[in-house]
Design a protein. Structure first.
Length: 391
């Protein structure tokens, strides 16, 4: 018993060995070129994406590096480049990380197969064979499309009930194309195609979220394979056809030669390193955005405080305006009172002047009286009369 107990204490938990993916990752440089380096797979993929009238019956791989016309000019290197049996030029690009000017890069790359069609030293009528640029992106050209897809791809059941099941089906078919976009030169007023010789196709993997039971079109199936191949353990039933059976067979890691396996794992490591680097940068950017959002909230709080202070100042200003108005009214009253005082003082001055004039007339009357009395007295003396003194 004691021995068994000791043995049980020494027992360590058994770690499950992580299972290696059965299939290669088609988003790696090696995986993408290994899968579409097979002409059958590339033909099936392009026919599903381009939907050219009559289809593409055959194609030829051509040099993926395009030299510039002058030494100082930049070159272009495609992931895959081919021409069809009828002369169409097709560029196929797999881009994992976003570039700010990726649309410009698409345009730049498309200029090379256009210019190459001009014959040197010969007369030329400028007739061009079509050039197709097919771009698979592991990001969204417009990152806001990720947020929009949550609403635009959601079924609108109420609207379908109101407008009929037929319109609902048309809407679902329209929604299925959201991950695939086609761009051409066109008249912006009439929407008429200006030229069918240049077509850009963008397949945005983040916008594709269908499961196995939702796959309907060949394009759906190819997008599902591109996004999920390295996570699958077997060929799904919905993909069972000659093309995909051959693809899954050649995509098995165990089927690779020793040399190809080394190249693949090196490519896979580069893919992981690149993804980890960009994930780290995106996390840093998210941190900066969150910090910026915090600052913006603080600024918004300060702005609210300032708005409150401004309201208080406006209230104080209204109070001051009221005080100033009352002060103006008081000053007007004071001016009125001062005018009344001035008028009263003027009246007093007038009364005082009239009183002075009255006193002067009284003094003059008394002087006249005294002079008259004196004359009477003088007359009485002359007459010898002794009359009493008149007061």
């Amino acid at each position: 018993m004691a021995k068994d107990k000791v043995e049980s204490n020494d027992t360590k938990p058994v770690r499950k060995k992580r299972r290696s993916p059965k299939y290669i990752n088609p988003l790696t440089d090696f995986g993408f070129k290994h899968i579409f380096g097979d002409k059958t797979s590339l033909l099936a993929f392009l026919n599903a994406v381009l939907n050219i009238e009559g289809g593409i019956a055959d194609l030829t791989y051509v040099n993926t590096e395009k030299m510039a016309h002058a030494e100082e000019e930049r070159t272009a290197r495609y992931d895959l480049h081919c021409t069809t049996g009828t002369g169409e030029r097709i560029i196929i690009e797999m881009q994992n990380q976003s570039q700010y000017f990726f649309r410009d890069r698409m345009l730049y790359y498309a200029t090379f197969p256009i210019q190459e069609q001009a014959p040197k030293g010969k007369n030329w009528d400028f007739k061009l064979n079509p050039v197709y640029s097919v771009n698979i992106t592991n990001f969204c050209l417009n990152k806001t499309e990720i947020a929009k897809s949550a609403t635009t791809l959601a079924p609108e059941e109420k609207k379908d009930e109101e407008q009929g099941q037929g319109q609902g089906q048309e809407k679902e078919q329209e929604q299925e194309k959201k991950y695939c976009s086609y761009f051409q030169l066109m008249n912006t007023d009439t929407k008429e195609i200006f030229s069918d010789k240049l077509l850009f196709v963008v397949l945005e993997l983040p916008l594709f979220n269908k499961t196995e039971d939702q796959l309907q079109t060949d394009m759906d199936k190819w997008m599902f394979v591109m996004k999920n191949l390295s996570n699958l353990n077997d060929l799904p039933a919905v993909l069972r056809n000659e093309v995909f059976e051959q693809l899954f067979h050649t995509a098995e890691v165990a089927k690779l030669s020793a040399g190809d396996r080394r190249i693949y794992y090196s490519s896979l490591k580069s893919y992981w390193d690149m993804n980890n680097y960009f994930v780290q940068k995106e996390q840093e950017i998210a941190g900066y955005k969150q910090e910026r959002a915090g600052f913006q909230q603080q600024i918004f709080g300060f702005q609210q405080q300032v708005a409150g202070y401004q309201q208080q100042v406006a209230g104080f200003q209204q109070q001051v305006a009221g005080f100033q108005q009352r002060e103006a009214e008081s000053q007007q009253q004071i001016v009125g009172f001062q005018q009344q005082v001035a008028e009263s003082q003027q009246q007093i001055a007038d009364f005082q002047q009239r009183e002075a004039e009255s006193q002067q007339r009284e003094a003059e009357s008394q002087q006249e009286k005294a002079a008259y009395q004196q004359k009477i007295a003088d007359l009485e003396r002359q007459l010898g009369l002794n009359t009493p003194q008149v007061n």
